[in-house]
Structure formats: structure tokens, C-alpha cells
Write a protein of this length. Structure first.
Lengths: 271, 236, 252
């Protein structure tokens, strides 16, 4: 009994402890996992989509061994701050609170938000115009704060853990609208047959830090404040990928349109 | 539609199976640890008074009055810092990365040790006084009488409660999916989201748990009959 | 470990709203669960085989399934079926709160069925026979003799089950209902402080649970007053080893 108990305790200790912090060339990166087309968990359980593939290429160029873990968006930043992750490779919008705690890399995508509403509705985007409208939003994102700042109590916000759930409930008519990234919602809902009854509205909305100038309003990958060297390596690898069009090559597999300005040179190279 | 459940690249069968395995692992480790802790507590607080009893009442009051989900969240999000702070008192410093698996096992064992301690305590209390007295009269050393005489009877009396709690623990592991463990429920949720077939996958997950319940029922029946064999005398 | 009293005080209104939602979810569950469980418990003990089988299957399915799966099934699973959305059921199922209540009522009632069954079976046969001898109708016999006595025996186990269901409702945050657990989580994701909101929520849960437990203790004292009368030996006031019913259901 005592021997078995010791083995049990040893197994538990082994499951709990891991290398505290990461070695220079072994990284744990966090990704949302179900934010198509940027991240998808396919049938075999593998994390794929634009961002994980770009991240894998980036790691290859950094000579680092990367493990990409999937977790809910809301859990990514806390996990990063606690050291469970070395970096987040899901697009994060720079807000004032986030910039206090993390370092942002070069923009990985320019993906402003838009309202997704029923095709037959024509809301005026004011407190009166949106009275009683139910918004479905992701936990841990900046859009809820934007909505409550602008519309206060006029709207009702329902919180979800995954974008899939928001889409399902939009289709079920449990919620009336959502405020989310244009590229994602266009490709995953509006452009698909089931998205017939929905449309984007409100133009291009920036829900990040308003202090950031127009030209730099993109979403980036982030690391902790103490990981500047890592961020420099990541930025360097990404810039190289954009320059030699590898970025475009990977991006094209999932997203038809360019997502960063640096890709314009590559787009012209194609026949 | 059933092809979605197949093993291999197009079906989610493999993921669900791995998830099911994880569920069983978390439940087993959590329950085993809780049983060890609970038994230790039951033995230590047999006197029913003193500082040990006060400590036990405090611990029980806290951990039987909060949801296990809360304890699991607490350990997952705060566990690393707690261990770090505790070790700092001794002069060491280490950052423990608490995985969802560890948080689940730790949370479940801390909460259910309290319930299991009550079951074991009540079972020990219900063993007839005469057994202890007889063992003492025969000069059987305490460790031997505990091992060969008292424990089997405690097991018999505690068995229904122990089985009950095993089922509860197994179903509580479902909550660990909410801290990110890729157990069968998390896999069902991912598959449901990707394929837009929530009904199919959640029913499969439910069937898994009902099946585990059934197996437990069978095994428990066997165990009950075996431990009660001393009572089934001819005619009884 | 840093418990930030300032943050706790600031979040108190939000946490109390969450606690209110937890109570608003629990009360219908307990009430409806009991209502559903009484006829099912009778079915479980009935003479008709198919009734017995149906009730037994109900218990096996809903005790064996984690409440989280039931919540997902009702909210996402049923919500995805066209036929359900077109039917009048949708008026109820389109909101998350009714889905949560229905899910937990199914689970809770399955446990209460077994607890009631144990209580009903523990009623001394002599009492029933006496009632029959006195010419009481089966309905009067059940309502005035069998059920009240069964409830007394089952009270401890029932109390445990109610306490457990209050704690289980922490899972409703998974289908967007904002209860105490969900509020604590939200505060964490905003402030990145794991300890303060969770400890504060824990204290609120502790308060709710112990209030309910106190209520049950009062009920226990009144209904089982005859057991609390001057009896020097029994410190728990329960007729302990004579029958197994409270033991069985105690931990649920």
C-alpha cells in the first residue's frame, strides 16, 4: 500500500510540475483554436488555420521548438501572465489595459470590427436605435467594453466562451447581433449559404485603444512584459516571412484577401 | 452522420475516445487521492474532540459549502502563486505550472476528501464495539486488528457511500472541461461546434457516462456481495 | 495570496446580483424537482411493470449523466433542431434560464426519486396495515400516513441533495446564465486577480449553503422532535443503525 501510494504521488507530482518557465528554444504558445479562418481545430485534433500555421513557420525560422495549445480566448491572457504560456498567437487588439501588461508584436492582421445584424434590420447605431437589442460577445475581449461605453443599459450583452456558440445562437435567433472582426464574420457567416439572412453594418469599427493612430490599428501577437528578446525574435521572423512572401503563401490557404499592408508586393507578383 | 464518429482523420471518434480516457484518469486519480486523504482524516479525528476535530470541522465547513468548480478554478488560476508563496516561507522559490489535469485532480480530491472522511468515520463508528474489545482481549496488536479485523468491516459498512461518491466524482470531472481540460465533454463541444451537430456528440458523451455508471453498478454489486459474505450464513 | 478587500467591496453589488441569480435558479429547480419526483417515486414502486421500468430508466439516465451535458444538450442540441425552433416549445427553450432550470430539474428529480423511494420503503409496514384495517382509502392513507412519515425518514438525505444541487448550479455559466460563479469569473478576466473574486464568491456560497442547512436543521428538529427528547446516548438524534436509509442517501 505504501509503495503504491508513493508511485501515485510521484505520478501526480509529475503531472503537475513542468519546467518552470521555458528554455530558450522551447516555447509554449497559446491559440484560441476555434476562430475560423484564423484558427481551426480539425477532425484529427490538430490546431490549424492561418495563425497556427504562420506561428509554426515563424518558429521554424526562430529555430525554436513550439507547442501550440488551444484554450478559450478569455483564458489566454491570464495564462500568459501566469507563465503558463510564453506567447499568444491569436490576434489581440491593443487596448490600454492590455498594453499595460503585455508587449505587442508587429501587426499580424488588420481586422477591424463590424456589427453583424439581420439583413432586414436597419438599426441606427445610437442608444435609442439599439434599445433592447441582444448582443452576443466573447468573454475577455474588448468589444463588450466598447458597447457598454457607447450604449450603456440600452442593449443587453450575453457572454459566450467560443465564437462557434455565438454563431449558433445568432442562427437560432437567441441573440440579435454581435460586434466582431470583419474578416472572421464575412468568411464564416455572411459568405456562407446559412448567412443569407445576415449582413455587416456600421462600417469599419476600431475597438482597440483610440490613442493609436489610424495607420497602425492592427491586431498583434503578444508576449509578457519581461519577454522583449522573444518578441524581437518573433518580429524579425515575421518581417522576413512577409518580405519573402511566405506569409502570403500561408495566408492564401485560409483567407482570400491580404491582411497586412506588407503583402501588397507579393499580391502583385502573382500572375 | 455516424461517420462523424469514426476513428481516423474524418471522424471525431478518436478524439472522443482520448477525451473519455482523460475523464477516467482525472476521476480515478481524484478519487484515489480523496480516499487516502479522507481515510487519514477519519482515523485522525476518531477522538471527536481537540484541535484536530476543530481543524476538521473548519476544513469540512469550507469545502463542503462551496462548489467544487470554484475550488478547481481557484487552484487552476491561483495554484502556482500559492505554492510559490508557500515555498518562499521555506526559502525556496519555484513556479509550478498548474495544468487543467492537475487542477482537476487537486480540486476534486480536496473537496471529496471531506465527504469521504464522513463516510469512513461513520462506518468506523458503526463497527460494533465488541469487535475492538475482542481483538484487545485476544492481545492482537492494534495494527493487525485494524488490518485484518476492523478494516474489512469498515469496508463493508462504507461501501454504499464509497460507490455513491465515486459516481459523483466521475460526473464532477465534467466540470474540469470548463478550465480547459480536453476531456470527453470538451471534445464533444469542439466537434459539435465544427460540425454543427451538437445533439449527436453530446448524446455520445452522455452515453459514455451512463455506461460508466452501469459498469460501476455491476462492479459495486460484486464487491458488496463479496464483502457481505460473512453475513450470508445458511438461511440468512 | 492577496485578497484585495477594496476590489471585493467594489464587486459586491455584482456578486450579489450573481448570488440572486443562483437563488433564482435553485428555487424553481428544488420545487419542480420535488413535484416531478413524487409521482415518479410512486411509479417506481407501482404494480405495473412498464411504469416501474420507465421510472427506473428515468433514474438511470438522469442520475448517470453529468448536469453539464444535459445543459449543453438542451441549450445547444435542442436549439439546433429545426423542428424544435418552429414549435411552441421554442418560446421556453430560446432563453438560457429555462434551459438551465429544465436541465437541473431532470437531474435533481432523479436523485429525489431514489431518496423518496428509500423513505417510502422505510415506512413500517405495520403503519400501513393499521391504516388499511381502519378503512382509510388508499389516497388518504398515502397522503396522511405514508408520505409524511416517509418524508421524515428521508429528510437528511433530501437535505444533502438540495445542498448539492445548489452547488451544482455553478455550471450554468457554461450556457450563458450569469450566476455567482459567472460573475466571479468575469471579475477575474477583467482584473486578472484570481483570488479576490473567487474567495468573495466562495464566502457568498458558504453563506447561502449554511442558511439552507440551518433551515433544514430547524425542520429536522420539528418533524423529528420525538427523537430529540431526553435520550442520553444518541448525540446525533438519528435512529442510526436500525435501518440503512439515511446512510444510503446521505452522500447522494
Amino acid at each position: 500500500m505504501t509503495v503504491r501510494r508513493m508511485i501515485l504521488l510521484a505520478l501526480i507530482a509529475g503531472a503537475m510540475a513542468s519546467a518552470s518557465g521555458a528554455h530558450a528554444d522551447k516555447l509554449v504558445l497559446g491559440n484560441e483554436g476555434s476562430y475560423p479562418p484564423f484558427s481551426i481545430t480539425d477532425a484529427s485534433g490538430r490546431l490549424t488555420g492561418a495563425e497556427p500555421e504562420l506561428a509554426r513557420e515563424m518558429c521554424r525560422r526562430m529555430n525554436a521548438e513550439c507547442e501550440i495549445v488551444g484554450m478559450d480566448f478569455k483564458a489566454l491572457i491570464p495564462a500568459l501572465l501566469q507563465g503558463k504560456l510564453d506567447g499568444i498567437v491569436t490576434q489581440v487588439k491593443p487596448s490600454a489595459e492590455r498594453k499595460e501588461r503585455a508587449l505587442f508584436g508587429i501587426p499580424i492582421v488588420y481586422n477591424p470590427d463590424a456589427y453583424v445584424i439581420a439583413a432586414d434590420k436597419d438599426y441606427a447605431f445610437t442608444k435609442e436605435g439599439l434599445k433592447g437589442v441582444k448582443f452576443g460577445q466573447l468573454r475577455g475581449t474588448v468589444q463588450p467594453k466598447y458597447l457598454t461605453d457607447r450604449y450603456g443599459d440600452a442593449i443587453e450583452i450575453v457572454y459566450y466562451d467560443n465564437p462557434d456558440q455565438i454563431r449558433l445562437d445568432l442562427l437560432n435567433k437567441r441573440i440579435d447581433a454581435t460586434l466582431g472582426p470583419r474578416v472572421n464574420w464575412t468568411l464564416e457567416l455572411i459568405a456562407k449559404p446559412e448567412g443569407k439572412g445576415w449582413k455587416l453594418a456600421g462600417g469599419e469599427i476600431w475597438t482597440g485603444d483610440p490613442a493609436i493612430p489610424q495607420a497602425e490599428r492592427g491586431s498583434s501577437w503578444i508576449v509578457r512584459k519581461d519577454s522583449q528578446p522573444l518578441l524581437d525574435r518573433m518580429n524579425a521572423a515575421l518581417k522576413a516571412m512577409i518580405a519573402d512572401c511566405t506569409f502570403t503563401r500561408i495566408r492564401e490557404k485560409f483567407i482570400p484577401t491580404p491582411i497586412v499592408p506588407g503583402e501588397s508586393a507579393c499580391a502583385q507578383k502573382k500572375p | 452522420m455516424l461517420s462523424l464518429l469514426s476513428f481516423g482523420d474524418t471522424g471525431y471518434g478518436a478524439q472522443l475516445a482520448f477525451g473519455a480516457l482523460l475523464t477516467v484518469e482525472v476521476a480515478s486519480f481524484g478519487y484515489a487521492l480523496a480516499l487516502v486523504l479522507g481515510t487519514a482524516i477519519a482515523l485522525a479525528t476518531r477522538a471527536g474532540d481537540g484541535w484536530r476535530w476543530a481543524l476538521w470541522r473548519g476544513y469540512a465547513s469550507i469545502f463542503m459549502s462551496v462548489p467544487s468548480l470554484l475550488v478547481i478554478f481557484f487552484i487552476y488560476f491561483g495554484g502556482g502563486q500559492i505554492v510559490d508563496a508557500a515555498l518562499r516561507l521555506v526559502g525556496l522559490s519555484a513556479r509550478l505550472q498548474v495544468t487543467p489535469f492537475a487542477a482537476g485532480v487537486a480540486g476534486l480530491s480536496i473537496v471529496y476528501a471531506a465527504y469521504l472522511a464522513e463516510v469512513v468515520r461513520s462506518a468506523i463508528w458503526n463497527v460494533p464495539r465488541g469487535q475492538f474489545e475482542a481483538a484487545a482481549a485476544l492481545r492482537i496488536p492494534p495494527w493487525l486488528s485494524w488490518l485484518r479485523i476492523i478494516s474489512p468491516q469498515v469496508l463493508r459498512l462504507a461501501l454504499p457511500g464509497l460507490v455513491n461518491l465515486w459516481i459523483v466524482v466521475m460526473k464532477d470531472t465534467a466540470l474540469v472541461s470548463l478550465v480547459g481540460l480536453k476531456d470527453i465533454i470538451a471534445q464533444a463541444k469542439t466537434a459539435a461546434g465544427s460540425t454543427r451537430e451538437p445533439f449527436l456528440f453530446y448524446i455520445v458523451a452522455a452515453c459514455f457516462f451512463v455506461a460508466m455508471n452501469w459498469i460501476t453498478f455491476l462492479v459495486a454489486g460484486r464487491l458488496e456481495r463479496r464483502t457481505a459474505r460473512a453475513l450470508t450464513v445458511a438461511g440468512a | 495570496m492577496i485578497f484585495d478587500p477594496h476590489l471585493a467591496w467594489q464587486s459586491l453589488p455584482q456578486l450579489l446580483r450573481g448570488a440572486a441569480m443562483t437563488i433564482m435558479v435553485t428555487v424553481p429547480i428544488v420545487a419542480l424537482g420535488l413535484c416531478l419526483a413524487i409521482p415518479l417515486a410512486l411509479a417506481r414502486l407501482s404494480h405495473y411493470r412498464w411504469l416501474r421500468a420507465f421510472a427506473a430508466a428515468y433514474v438511470v439516465i438522469f442520475r448517470g449523466t453529468p448536469s453539464l451535458i444535459l445543459l449543453y444538450l438542451i441549450y445547444s442540441g435542442l436549439g439546433n433542431i429545426e423542428a424544435v425552433r418552429a414549435s411552441p416549445l421554442w418560446i421556453v427553450l430560446s432563453k438560457a434560464y429555462p434551459c438551465a432550470v429544465i436541465g437541473f430539474v431532470l437531474v435533481h428529480s432523479a436523485y429525489v426519486v431514489e431518496i423518496l423511494r428509500g423513505g417510502l420503503e422505510a415506512v413500517p409496514v405495520g403503519l400501513i396495515e393499521a391504516g388499511q384495517a381502519l378503512g382509510l382509502s388508499p389516497r388518504t392513507l398515502f397522503l396522511t400516513v405514508r408520505l409524511p412519515v416517509a418524508l421524515r425518514y428521508a429528510l437528511r438525505a433530501y437535505q444533502n441533495e438540495v445542498l448539492i444541487i445548489i452547488k451544482s448550479t455553478a455550471a450554468v455559466s457554461a450556457i450563458t446564465v450569469v450566476d455567482l460563479m459567472a460573475v466571479a469569473n468575469e471579475i477575474f478576466y477583467l482584473t486578472y486577480d484570481p483570488f479576490t473574486p473567487l474567495i468573495a464568491a466562495g464566502m457568498l456560497y458558504w453563506g447561502i449553503i449554511n442558511l439552507v442547512r440551518g433551515g433544514f436543521d430547524l425542520a429536522d428538529r420539528r418533524l423529528n422532535a420525538h427523537l430529540f427528547a431526553a435520550r442520553p446516548v444518541r448525540t446525533t438524534g438519528r435512529p442510526a443503525a436500525l435501518f440503512a436509509v439515511p446512510q444510503q442517501g446521505t452522500i447522494a
